[in-house]
Design a protein around this ligand. Structure first.
Ligand SMILES: NC(=O)C1=CN([C@@H]2O[C@H](COP(=O)(O)OP(=O)(O)OC[C@H]3O[C@@H](n4cnc5c(N)ncnc54)[C@H](O)[C@@H]3O)[C@@H](O)[C@H]2O)[C@H](O)CC1
Ligand SMILES: [K+]
Length: 526
């Protein structure tokens, strides 16, 4: 599903109205009718209060009120904002309401009590105050109204976006509408998925309002929200006539004397994700402990220096590099002086997909230019702190513009960036950004990143995409990691361990397959 910026949505609106010839009032009517459908589905009886602003968001609100009144629902309508600021379509909707003989209350300072009473008595409140046209801090009277909404007993449906949430950045005003459901139009906007605003959305419904498919090409839409329907098609097949060589060979370089758990987590996750073979390279000083915890990988005892990978030990890798389909470096690696050069030699040598995580990212951040020496495709998997080190800024700054930082880093260095967090973003070298919404707070624990690295290696080893890109493999790994986390969180969101995520990779893959829209049949002729 495509995700758009506010400006893109505005351009698409204008294109639809001016080039395609669908009048703006038709789009507004469609938007209103779509919302009414959702209201009737969820609250088929009970009083409704529509709070309408002066712009087109308010215009949508008036359409909603009219259709509900046509259905003889109990509806109170309030319109806010200065009369002179009303948009043309909002004014038209007011006239139509009058022509229908439906009352619209105009807010003034004196109406405070009356509005509060209506809000208190409503089963559902429709927030059509402000939408994508909101600019800057909310000005009166909105903070007052939104404060009253905080304690309302009814549920809230937000039209397009809850008032107070910035539709591009996800920033939230001091008083922001907490919606139970948000109905947006044509495409979701970035603000629906970026925190803290994303917390105010509730269930998100995306409704068609007659925007033509042509708009996708016309405006070169390419950023997407990952969906099950799209990813199901990408899952690597497991054919009857196959063997371990069919599903690729992953190499993971991980661990150090003090960090022996990370390699185990990554290797188990890689194998559970489906690669045929996995070689786990660990410094020889860590080898006995690592090997005692896991049976399935092929082990490679790497020369060690001070408990970590020894410098100048690349000859061995050079001899064997051709046998691997993907290489991952980083979990539990530790950092050391000269580590950037150690990494540089590997970047110079590996011509299959190379995943850099954890301490490999910390080694990298000492000198980013080594990325320009790459021979194959590179995937970086930073959390906001690591991304901050890569970009020379703080984690807080990264969080303020996750999409922007991930996109420009990926383009500047021609790498894939998997920026972890809520929600995880995947930025591609050609400027696309994908957002994954399957995560859960159960994943906010040490070790879950090591699991993701293993899953990426396990998936990329299987050469998921038919073309030469690794986009689909990265998407699948990130999506399934989140689903596995969600399955764990059904038991306990607090108690989930990284190892539990690995145990649920299988059920996560299965859930992707099972929930098919086509009928399930055991008849072989089908
Ligand atoms: N997506 C579509 O195809 C369609 C969307 N529709 C709806 O239109 C709104 C956007 O409408 P717009 O008129 O551009 O903006 P708003 O109604 O969100 O707000 C404008 C209004 O608000 C005032 N304002 C702006 N910022 C502030 C502030 N910080 N404090 C107080 N007041 C503020 C401004 O002065 C204006 O008066 C979109 O969300 C959809 O709901 C179409 O109806 C159908 C097509
Ligand atoms: K709104």
């Amino acid at each position: 599903m495509y995700v758009v910026s506010t400006q893109q949505m505005r351009d698409i609106d204008r294109f639809t109205i001016e080039q395609i010839g669908i009048p703006s009032l038709v789009l507004m009517e469609n938007a209103g009718v779509a919302v009414v459908r959702e209201i009737e589905k969820r609250w088929s009886t009970g009083a409704v209060v529509v709070l309408a602003g002066p712009g087109n968001n308010g215009g949508d609100g008036l359409v909603i009120a009219r259709h509900l009144l046509n259905k003889r629902r109990d509806v109170k309508v309030w319109i806010f904002g200065e009369e002179k600021k009303r948009s043309d379509d909002c004014k038209r909707q007011l006239e139509i309401m009058q022509n229908c003989g439906y009352a619209v209350n105009v807010w003034t300072q004196k109406s405070e009590e009356a509005v509060q009473t209506d809000i208190k008595q409503a089963t559902v409140i429709v927030d059509a105050l402000l939408g994508t046209g909101t600019k800057g801090e909310l000005r009166p009277p909105y903070p007052f109204i939104l404060e009253k909404l905080k304690d309302c007993p009814g549920e809230v449906l937000a039209v397009d976006i809850p008032t107070g949430v910035n539709s591009d950045t996800g920033e939230a005003a001091q008083y922001t509408v907490q919606a139970n459901v948000t109905v947006t139009f044509a495409f979701p906007k970035w603000g629906h998925f970026l925190y803290p605003g994303a917390d105010y959305i509730g269930e998100l419904v995306v409704s068609d309002i007659s925007i033509p498919l042509r708009a996708i090409d016309e405006f070169l839409l390419r950023d997407m929200v990952l969906t099950k329907e799209q990813l199901r098609k990408e899952l690597p097949e497991r054919r009857a006539f196959s063997h371990k060589g069919t599903y690729g060979h992953a190499l993971i370089l991980a661990g150090s004397k003090e960090m022996t758990g990370a390699p185990v987590l990554s290797a188990s996750a890689g194998l559970r994700t489906g690669c045929g073979l996995l070689t786990l390279a660990v410094p020889e000083s860590a080898f006995p402990i690592v090997a005692s915890k896991i049976n399935e990988p092929v082990f490679w005892e790497w020369p060690a220096e001070e408990g970590r990978f020894a410098c100048g030990s690349h000859t061995l890798l050079r001899q064997r590099i051709a046998s691997f389909d993907v290489v991952a470096i980083g979990p539990g690696l530790s950092t050391w002086k000269g580590g950037n050069n150690w990494l540089r030699e590997i970047i110079n040598m590996v011509d299959v997909p190379l995943i850099l995580d954890a301490d490999a990212l910390n080694l990298l951040s000492e000198n980013l230019s080594i990325l320009h020496e790459k021979k194959g495709q590179i995937v970086l998997t930073p959390h906001p702190g690591e991304m901050g080190r890569l970009c020379g800024c703080s984690a807080v700054e990264i969080e303020r513009d996750r999409v922007g930082y991930a996109r420009s880093f990926a383009q500047d260095y021609e790498v894939y960036v998997v920026l972890k967090g809520t929600y995880t973003l995947i930025a591609t070298p050609n400027g696309k950004v994908f957002i994954n919404t399957t995560g859960t707070a159960a994943l906010a624990k040490g070790g879950t990143g090591d699991v993701l690295t293993g899953m990426l290696a396990g998936m990329l080893a299987q050469k998921v995409a038919q073309d030469e890109t690794i986009e689909a493999g990265i998407q699948l790994a990130v999506y399934l990691h989140g689903i596995a986390g969600r399955i764990c969180s059904e038991k306990s969101i607090h108690a989930t361990l990284a190892g539990d995520i690995i145990d649920n990779i299988g059920p996560a893959i299965k859930s992707l397959l099972v929930a098919s829209s086509s009928p399930v049949t055991d008849f072989p002729g089908n």
